[in-house]
Design a protein around this ligand. Structure first.
Ligand SMILES: *Cc1c(COP(=O)(O)O)cnc(C)c1O
Length: 421
């Protein structure tokens, strides 16, 4: 299989070492699915823990974990069990009635975040939209910003989802080009620049929305103390600090939440992905009553948000993170993984970086996708971001022996790259 020149679209004819069934699946996807992704040429049919399996039964390490939705690993028995139990009872009530699952779920969510209440939604983007509405509502009702003047500060290279409002303040041309007009009311400042935040705030600023580590931008980690400064500035200037921890939350970076590294508490958490352990789309905005209590009946909602099936799954997913001490394992395994990546020490590597089990290998040349194809051949799935960077984010349940085995695959791929360059 030639590893270069495949480009964004998959050229099926080039893949000779793939079974016919998988080729057919990929051909069908190419035909009936809008091409908003360019997946690696592998068809997955089963998952268990840190592994996934293709149609031919070949095993791979999953080092993407569905962008951190699978912190608890594939098919975690506790979460699957909770889902099955709830499926045999009731799945959806709508919020027109109470159900017996949502309260206990949100109570757990409040306990792990140290907050008072939550708005349950489904996708991450919906939770971000909910947070935007929350910050504006607070801006008008509490801060006294004149009607329709509220402004939210965001940072460059952000990733918060795919709705029209969210892509309108993205700085990625692929995300925003030809999807305008952009929603007004957002101001973009550089990441990891507290002074820029201070300068950008006006009397009409209601909130600051930021990822504590920029995952999609290629695992960009701010300097220690950045979030401490952000917290101080937001408090002083009466601006809500909203942390999008959809990717970094629930142990991914080696602490329960990424903001814990700086010991700060945002006004609002936006959560998703691992909130369900990968079984179901579940998201939420979490905060205190003085902010989220501003919503009144009829001002926000979601047909599926807070449904009993989602709630049972979410509660089990949080339990697993806490009881299996996933943040602690993420810190220990992350440190080991980072040491191993540093040991690769090759002139083609520009930088390796990581916090917990959110790590990145950045090349000096745009070979990230080729590298991922070598990893795939070796039995490891990882995803390139922005041509130069490969992100590694295995399930947080990974053991040392598994990490050792996975790293061997990475080292072999690195040698193969060396020979080609
Ligand atoms: C994935 C992600 C989102 C969007 O979540 P979806 O469920 O895909 O809508 C938002 N913010 C961050 C930081 C993410 O990683």
């Amino acid at each position: 299989m030639p590893l270069t020149g495949l480009g964004g679209r998959l050229a099926i004819g080039y893949i000779t070492d793939m079974d016919l069934k998988s080729k057919r699946v990929i051909a069908l996807d190419e035909k009936v699915s809008a091409r908003t992704y360019s997946p690696l040429p592998v068809v997955l049919t089963r998952g268990k823990g840190v592994y996934v399996f293709d149609a031919a039964g070949k095993r791979y390490f999953d080092m993407l974990s569905a962008y951190s939705a699978l912190n608890q690993g594939h098919q975690h028995p506790k979460i699957v069990g909770a889902a099955k139990r709830q499926l045999s009872r009731i799945a959806l009530t709508s919020r027109a009635f109470h159900n017996d699952q949502m309260g206990p779920f949100l109570e757990k969510l409040c306990r792990v975040t140290g907050k008072e209440m939550a708005v349950p939604m489904n996708s991450g983007a919906e939770a971000v939209e909910t947070a935007i509405k929350t910050m504006r509502l607070w801006g008008y009702r509490v801060k006294g910003i004149p009607s329709d003047m509220a402004e939210i500060i965001v940072v460059a290279d952000n990733f918060h989802g795919r709705t029209t409002t969210i892509v309108g303040f993205s700085s990625d041309p692929d995300a925003r080009t030809d999807f305008g007009p952009a929603m007004p009311g957002f101001r973009v400042i550089p990441f990891d620049d507290a002074q820029a935040l201070e300068n950008a705030i006006t009397e009409n600023t209601c909130g600051f929305l930021v990822e504590p580590i920029q995952g999609e931008a290629g695992v960009r980690i701010p300097a220690p103390g950045y979030l401490t400064d952000v917290r101080r500035i937001c408090t002083e200037k009466k601006v809500l600090f909203c942390a999008d921890e959809i990717q970094t939350g629930f142990g991914r970076t080696g602490r329960p939440f990424c903001v814990d590294h700086d010991g700060v508490v945002p006004d609002l958490f936006v959560l998703g992905k691992a909130l369900s352990g990968g079984l179901y789309p579940i998201s939420a905005v979490v905060g205190d009553n003085k902010i989220l209590g501003l919503f009144e009946s009829g001002t926000h909602g979601s047909t599926f948000g807070g449904n009993p099936l989602a709630s049972a799954i979410g509660a089990a997913a949080i339990d697993v993170v806490v009881k299996e001490k996933l943040a602690k394992n993420s810190a220990a395994m992350g440190e080991l993984f980072l040491e191993k990546l540093i040991s690769l020490d090759h002139p083609l590597i520009r930088e390796v970086r990581g916090q917990g089990l959110l790590l990145a290998l950045e090349f000096k040349k745009p070979i990230a996708k080729d590298f991922c194809k070598l990893l795939l051949k070796g039995g490891l799935l990882a995803k390139d971001t922005h041509d130069y960077t490969v992100r590694f984010s295995p399930p947080l349940i990974i053991k040392k022996s598994q990490l050792d085995a996975a790293f061997k695959i990475i080292a072999v791929a690195m040698n193969a790259i060396k020979e080609r360059e």
